[in-house]
Ligand binder design. Structure first.
Ligand code: T1G
Length: 700
């Protein structure tokens, strides 16, 4: 008997149980029931001497079905299934044709033998979901591989090449030989002593004690603010201090401790959010994708060079245009330097460096862009400059070429309208450093054709980015939201809070750095020019980033100048607090009639984060983002919002939208004209709060 997700047949005395649950053999209830039924059938069949568990899909298994975590009748739980496998009186061999992750690897660990294709990776990534391996992984893995390797795999969740896990596999073979090797192994093992993993004895030693305490100390630093990683250490340590069955119980206890946390909800939300971003329901599924075989980049500066690397990294030839040969040479040299640095760190071989550099050519003539399928401009952020580039591209690029702008704030509709082919124009907003940051904001203008959007979304996955579709408005999603966050942080300084204290509070909230450290790194002049380009937007508020404006006008533009909000010693990136900033703040506060006062940490977090959430609600209401989880993806991948909070919108859902509304209304009334203009709750936020609903439940 088989169901449609588990099949089993007997071949030459061996029962072959095949996982066939598309798309990734997630170990759903149906799969768990199917495995137990197949195991019982094999155990009750006297003609069967051994059992092989394999997969019909590309992956062996992606582990537990994460979509089941929201609840329901989950029996039989995975540990129960694995106990049947491990307790089998007939040898069970796992045949890994592809990746085995989480519960998928735990299933293999419960088998008595394992064989894998040689080119394969396995892992226990549960920590990325805010939990830990909950089906024996923390107790079985350290019984099969070196303790420090098992501990690192579980604490980091990193996929590991099977060739580094020799103790785990009886053999690593070619794909063609996998099944026969597994079947023969099962037959050879028949009738012999069953090497159940649970019977491997472990004991604690002083060296291991030291390893666990060192790992805990490192993890507390590296996984700052996360709950699950330290619980992973506790669970693995239990394998060395208590018997196996008690260890399973301790693992289960720690698993449930993690599963109940807001962090687990946030990280599981984010897992699906990242994947949902690729979905554009408004585009028909049969929309074709344009073939991108060659890419042009206009501008070989930091951004242009970084963008070019993304395509060379995946084998696509790139031609970079700069009008001056010197600038072109400098740009290509910078790319080479980046690759050479990666090679020095062992991330690339020298051969790969040369192979990628060979894909990058330069030109000073637009005529050389006649055969590109996609061109991305990364020139100075001024509309006139961008329009001139697109007019030139319109003349030389072949019909059907996609013309993209890397603009971070400008109107892509207006850029498209300066060409004869507005339907081929789109925004591809990379985040600096463009060859590192995972986020790509895909900006659709009102003219952009569906196949251009779909091609851009597919291309984002090809270059290993997370593409998120956004609409046209000032700053699209990310920069529009960061603007209100920066405004409020600057206002707090005027009201007497030091930048250093604000940065510390926001760092402790979970961002990689506070607004002022970030501003100095990016350059205060960027925000300054943005404000200069939209004076009408801020004209009514003379306090708007007024300290930052004074600093820029005095040449204090940030780290690159050795002074911004903070001071920097030559060659150092370490911010040094400059008390004179508070003198400027006091002077300006007096001029503007702003009262300076003691402000609580809680108010600082609320005033930096709630307006950001409120702006996200407006973005959602205006249809600039397709869904609230897209905003979360943008904020986590583009701005370092802590993934253990799931992104700003998930964080708001966790707090409760009514609380956000209540606090926004408090500040709206407490701060006079300033509050009335900047703290008006978004109508969508109010509507959802009144209905006791969440952003996640809102369908645009
Ligand atoms: N559960 C449910 N759905 C899953 C899934 C899973 N474990 N893994 C993937 N999917 C869906 C995914 O949402 C997408 O759906 C489709 O499959 C293709 O995924 C007890 C408790 C394995 C590296 O954390 O890391 O086991 O968008 O686009 O790029 O200890 O999927 O098409 O509708 O990512 O080839 C632990 C999670 C679970 C692994 C393959 N396991 N998955 O990447 O495909 S907890 C994980 C991945 C656990 C036990 C505990 C990746 C992949 P849709 P994809 P991919």
């Amino acid at each position: 008997m088989s169901n449609n997700v588990i099949k089993h047949t007997v071949q030459d005395g061996v029962c072959i149980i095949s996982l066939a649950s598309k798309p990734v053999n997630a170990l759903s209830k149906a799969v768990r029931v199917g495995v137990i039924e197949a195991m019982n059938a094999a155990l009750n069949d006297d003609s069967v001497v051994g059992i092989v568990i394999c997969s019909e899909l590309a992956l062996f298994s992606a582990g537990a079905d994460i979509s089941e975590f929201s609840g329901g009748d989950l029996s039989p739980m995975l540990p129960e299934v694995l106990a049947v496998v491990e307790g089998s009186t007939k040898p069970v061999v796992a045949a890994l044709n592809g990746g085995a992750f989480g519960g998928g690897l735990e299933l293999a660990l419960a088998c008595h033998y394992r064989v894998s294709v040689a080119k394969n990776k396995v892992g226990l990534p549960e920590v990325h979901l805010g939990i830990l391996p909950g089906a024996g992984g923390t107790q079985r893995l350290p019984r099969l591989v070196a303790p420090e390797l098992a501990l690192q795999m579980i604490v980091t969740g990193a996929p590991t090449k099977v060739e580094l896990l020799q103790g785990l596999f009886t053999s690593l073979v070619s794909p063609e030989a996998l099944l026969s090797t597994a079947v023969n192994l099962a037959k050879d093992a028949a009738g012999k002593n069953i090497p159940a993993t649970c019977n491997v004895a472990l004991e604690m030693t002083p060296q291991l004690e030291e390893m666990f305490s060192q790992t805990s100390a490192q993890t507390a630093k590296q996984a700052r603010g996360f709950f699950a990683p330290l619980k992973c250490v506790e669970a693995v340590k239990a394998a060395f201090t208590i018997p196996f069955d008690e260890g399973l119980k301790e693992e289960g206890r720690l698993f449930m401790q993690c599963m109940k946390t807001p962090q687990a909800r946030a990280q599981q939300h984010f897992f699906f959010a990242e994947r949902a971003a690729a979905s554009v329901p408004s585009i028909p599924k049969d929309t074709p994708v344009r073939d991108i075989k060659k890419v042009g980049i206009i501008g070989g500066g930091t951004m242009g060079g970084g963008i070019a690397m993304n395509f060379a990294n995946v084998g696509l030839p790139v031609v970079i245009l700069e009008l001056e040969q010197a600038a072109l040479d400098k740009g290509l040299a910078l790319i080479r330097k980046n690759y050479e640095n990666s090679a020095k760190k062992g991330k690339l071989t020298q051969e790969q460096v040369e192979q990628r550099m060979s894909l990058l050519t330069g030109t000073t003539s637009y005529d050389d862009l006649g055969d590109v399928d996609l061109v991305i401009e990364a020139v100075f952020e001024k509309m006139e400059v961008k329009k001139a580039v697109f007019e030139a591209l319109d003349k030389v690029c072949k019909p059907g070429a996609i013309l993209a702008s890397n603009t971070s704030t400008l109107d892509v509709d207006e850029i498209a309208e300066c060409t004869s082919r507005p339907q081929d124009v789109i925004g591809l907003h990379f985040f600096s450093p463009a060859n590192v940051m995972k986020l790509l904001e895909i900006v659709r203008s009102k003219h952009t054709a569906n196949d251009v959007i779909k091609t851009s979304m597919v291309l984002s996955k090809t270059i290993r980015k997370v593409g998120v579709l956004v609409g046209v408005c000032f700053g699209f999603v990310g920069n529009r939201m960061i603007e209100v966050y920066s405004r409020e942080a600057n206002r707090l300084v005027l009201e007497g809070v030091s930048p250093e204290r604000i940065d510390k509070i926001i760092y402790d909230f979970g961002l990689p750095m506070g607004p002022f450290t970030m501003g100095d790194m990016a350059g205060l002049d960027i925000g300054y020019f943005v404000r200069q380009s939209r004076i009408e937007f801020i004209a009514h508020d003379p306090s708007y980033c007024t300290i930052a404006d004074e600093l820029v006008e005095a040449g204090r533009v940030g780290l690159k100048a050795g002074k911004g909000v903070y001071l920097y010693e030559k060659g150092s990136r370490q911010p040094i607090f400059d008390p004179s900033i508070m003198d400027i703040a006091k002077r300006k506060a007096d001029e503007l009639g702003i009262e300076q006062r003691d402000i609580s940490d809680e108010e600082i977090v609320e005033r930096c984060i709630y307006p950001l959430i409120n702006e996200g609600a407006n973005i959602l209401m205006e249809g600039i983002a397709q869904r609230s989880s897209d905003i979360d993806v943008i904020y986590v991948y583009g701005y370092g919002f802590p993934v253990h909070k799931g992104g700003p919108m998930q964080y708001a859902d966790e707090i409760g939208l009514s609380k956000i509304v209540e606090r926004m209304k408090y500040y709206e009334s407490a701060f006079g004209d300033y509050g009335k203009h900047w703290f008006t709750p978004s109508p969508l936020l109010v509507e959802l709060a009144n209905k006791n609903e969440t952003f996640a439940s809102h369908k645009a």
